[in-house]
Write a protein that binds this ligand. Sequence first.
Ligand SMILES: [Zn+2]
Length: 275
Amino acid sequence: MRKSTDECLLCQANAANKTNSHILPRFISTGFFGAKGAQRRGFAFNGENELSLKPRAVQDSPKENYILCDECEYYFSLLETASAPSLKFWKAKVASGKFKKTNIKSYLKVVEMATPNPVIMRLLVYSMFWRATVSSLEIFQDYVLDPGLTESLRSTLLEFKALTNSDLDANLKARNITMHPYTIITAESYKDETANVLAAINSGNPASLNVDKFGFILFKAEGDISEQVMADFSNAKLNENQIMVVSEHLWEEVMVRRPLEMVAQQARKNLSNPK
Ligand SMILES: [Zn+2]
């Protein structure tokens, strides 16, 4: 168990005194609990105990004590505040003409986000993968990114750290960000809005995170993107800020069923080879 006197895992300087740090940004990780007022309940999966135990219901997006200092937590909240409207309201922004949506195939559209600054969105995505890998919560226990990538995410995040929006802007102008291509996937509509999952199953290269209505994929380097469709619609270049929007059917297959199958598979493996 970490203590309040332990070093902050991001800055490695201040004491990690912050309690209840969300590992996944709250604004995108709590929708699947259902509407406010309804019973809020979701399931967290980590491939460990799904077959032997009933899946654990979680009442809130996973949070952990003593991983960050107040400052680093506040810095992440600046990134989240700047990015939240673009992810939450991308449809309204397409409708009002702020974001451009292009039809690629019957099952795939691409949305180009005009906001936030692409480096802010990139930092937010880096922060999610970094938080998931440093977390010792049970759902992230087996989620271990390549150590070189973990350190690159940490030092990149720290390089841009700011405690005000104007300092953040100054950092965006003054610094070059280390590039790790990433993809954001969402769906036009959902078969069941409350049946999405929070899952941290694949920490390989690429690594992925399922965060309710969004899937995030992170590649170590551009050369690691093997599929053309991912190469075309990932954010591999500095100014790219796009979301892949897939059909309801494809989302159900790839982002809901497949993670659950992988979890069941992993659980079976863990049952037959207990640690
Ligand atoms: Zn810190």
